[in-house]
Design a protein around this ligand. Sequence first.
Ligand code: PLP
Length: 394
Amino acid sequence: MSQIVPMKHQIPYSTQCITDEDIQAVVDVLKSPYLTQGPQVDAFEEIIAKKVNAKYAVALNNGTTALHLANAILLQNTPKHKKVITTPITFVASANATLYCGNTVEFVDIDPNTFLIDFNQIEDKLKQNPNSYAGITAVSFAGLPIDTKELKKIANKYNVWILEDASHAPGAYINYENEKVFSASCNYTDMATCSFHPVKHIACGEGGIVTTNNEKHYKQLKKLRTHGITKNSYEFVNNVTDEAWYHEMQDLGFNYRISDILCALGISQTKKLEESIAKRHILVQKYKQELNKINEIVFQKVPANAYHAYHLLVIRTDKRKALFNYLKQLNINCQVHYIPAHLMPYYQNLGCKIGTLQNAEQYYKECLSIPLYPHMTTDQQDYVIEKIKAFYEQ
Ligand SMILES: *Cc1c(COP(=O)(O)O)cnc(C)c1O
């Protein structure tokens, strides 16, 4: 029937959306005195903190280093035998960052409907061994915000911290009775992180950020980002006030800085965050309308009070592999998010066992992220929908 097939083009599961304003913002920085450690970094932190409603934000070179510094600070003074709980249905960096600090990870199964970590199973773990855990890294997977207010009640009972990996979820929020809580706001968490990899909501090329409402953590983040060095005289250990070049290395930090070039792109991208999520919602609504009639497709369950950021649109289907291959030969490139982290050879070698997290493992057999990006055209979406329908009708 319809000949709207952009066969020359590949339809990706996701891709960045770069406008002329984005390009101009980068060019402006290239003509300015500062390529790095300049004013764009502070301005980027300010706009992100404002968007997610957090007090402080520290921009870094990627989302993984953001997770590393958050773990390093939250785990300081914590014995190495204490573990951090996280979900297996995430990018491996959510777990790896804990290992960087010498502590270990305990994977907890997901809720098969929301695909998010199962709070009941978290509480079971904490109850069984109340002194074995330091914290929880909760992932707002696909853009569906973790119910941090509820999780905080559990965390308080067992005295563990919460780190939200909000890589998928800037702009997402939960409407509670008297309160709107944004992902990465840290209203009910200790810290949160985002990634600015090009497939995420805000594209910097590479980039990340940590948000917090804790001033002490904020100062530590800034110091650890740049070799553990401070130039602020009020922070000096030694009493030196009259030597303008003087600075102190006080901790073993890193070079995890992000450049002004990337921050300028990030600022320009962040201005369009709400608009781009709204566009994703319109696309998702159409996908659901068209595909809901297919009994073999199940969508992620979204609680009524949650505003999803739709970084990913994940479906579950028994015929995942066949559907993936069918769409691929039509240049529709879907993706699988994620191979459960506990099944990776590295984590298997650390002692993780196949068959222990059955909801996650079953989910992995069925999950498929179908194409979704804010500038997806009607023709492209109609083509994807038509082919998915054709697959189930054959
Ligand atoms: C992308 C991502 C990361 C890592 O971010 P990078 O910027 O690629 O280092 C961490 N956690 C999740 C859930 C992610 O999707």
